[in-house]
Design a binder for this molecule. Sequence first.
Ligand code: AMP
Length: 613
Amino acid sequence: MSTFKDLGLKSEIISALTNLGYEKPTEIQEKAIPQVIASTQDLKAFAQTGTGKTAAFSLPILEKIDLNRKEVQAIILSPTRELAIQIARNIEEFSTHLKGFKATAVYGGSDIMSQIRTLNKGVQIVVGTPGRTVDLIKRRKLKLDSVQWLVLDEADEMLNMGFKDELDQVLEVTPDTKQTLLFSATFPKEVDRIARNYMHNPVQIDAGKRNSGTDTVSHEYYVVTDRNRYPALKRIADINPDIYCIVFCRTRRETQEVADKLIQDGYSADSLHGELSQAQRDLVMNKFRKKTLQILVATDVAARGLDVESLTHVINYKLPDQVESYTHRSGRTGRAGSKGISIAIVSPGERRKLGPIERIIDKKFIQMQVPDGKDICKKQLLKLIDKVNDFEVNESQIGEYLPTILEKLEGLDRDELIKRFVSIEFNSFLSYYENAQDLNNTSRDRGRDRDDRGEDRRERRRDDENMSRFFINIGRKDKLNPARLIGLINEQEIAKNIEIGQIEILDTFSFFELDKNYQAETLAAFTRDSEITFEGRGVNVEITEKKRAGSRGGRRNSGGSSSGRRSGGGKSHRGGGNGERRSKPSGDSSSSKSFNKSGFGRDRSNKGGRRHN
Ligand code: AMP
């Protein structure tokens, strides 16, 4: 195994890496750094999140960058603002000893004028989200004619999010002489198209198995009915008292609901999704990074830029629609060589979704049994005993009270004392789980499963009510597809991470649903610029009547409509909620408050210093 010095990096960079605790290069770094230092040939790298790819592309660029020239020499495109900020932050850390070096991040949803001011001062590396980058290019504030390196980070995700046109535009305005470095976890057709059209004879680097998750991650699943999804999540958290995890949900609403319930039930948890302001998101992310939060409930897009190393678990509260998203989710754990567990909580009907994922990750899911109350109590009890064992007593604090305490407890022997102290800490926990039912799905749950589907439908109907349906006068004949439509909606910058519902592409026109709260803004966005065109046609958007709930997927045009199930740019699919709040499972919801008052609940909530008791 080589060292960073062997890879050809200068001492200023190596000393910054040493300060960051980077001792040895990771596989992708070992392969990419010397290649980019030695050659200007384009590079196509298969790399998962968490493999150290930020350093793999940044370090050789920093090695070769001309510190005496102030123009932009490298542009790095990344799918989300969080990731862009993260990359710029990493580059700053790597370059602390490089005098005269400056990098900045540019991204939407933030004051463009202050970004322009920073650019005007002269920066050598710009990290940008595709939309804002194109915007700055069009305003002639970001000049890329001296660019020597173009990095496309998480190219598959950028395309998933509908940024195809933006990528094309950036690729076209950068000089032909540049070196393009493309990093992607998966290589679907669209990414290949970029590689074919814009890269010259690229060198290919593979770090780890293609499309597969990291080797350090094991994959487990639990089968429960929909109504038991939330109680199962709690039990998974309870059987792992030191859990430090991200719980992935599919919609912002589901994310908020699950987080609210966990908080109410005394867990150290919070939510991260697109509806929060940037300041709120930063606050949550900071708390999570500092581990004052144990459980972060998040949507895929919101969690993208979050760089945390020691997650014990990733929990798929609901599996994502796109198989690739599972690899991104699970890649958040098992980072930098540590072990991690990726858990999927699935209903019996969702079990079939595991096969395609197994083929991609090239690993089998292991079925686990939702722990019963006894197992959880045993685990928590042992944790308490370990805590007692390891606790450092502050003699000076307790000393003055000790004689009185000892006098009062004089009549109790050691066994009796232990029993009583443990019971005080533990009784409410025991009674919480005393009659806890078996949550594992068995045949006797089948009837209930049918109820769950009804519940799911009701949830979906409620979701429907929160959506407005729009007509748009372009369709399949205009080469419109769901991804391009999402891209077009994104371009209008209606609102940050607005939720997109069903998309229906017909031959000459289409329909899409957007969050009802932004109905007026949507219409205004599509009409404020009379020149919005798509493939040469003027675009017209109108509000249209909603289809009746229950007629989802019903098609007006027998010529073949497609119902868009994709989301991007912070949009997420709608999924059913769980029925737990309406059900009365023994133990798992009814006595949660008393459980909070036990030492365990308090331990968790105190750690987060949160608003619960
Ligand atoms: P990335 O894939 O670039 O997001 O990196 C994943 C995590 O690994 C980040 O937290 C990096 O700081 C960390 N990391 C990257 N390279 C190394 C290295 N050579 N040694 C230790 N940690 C690293």
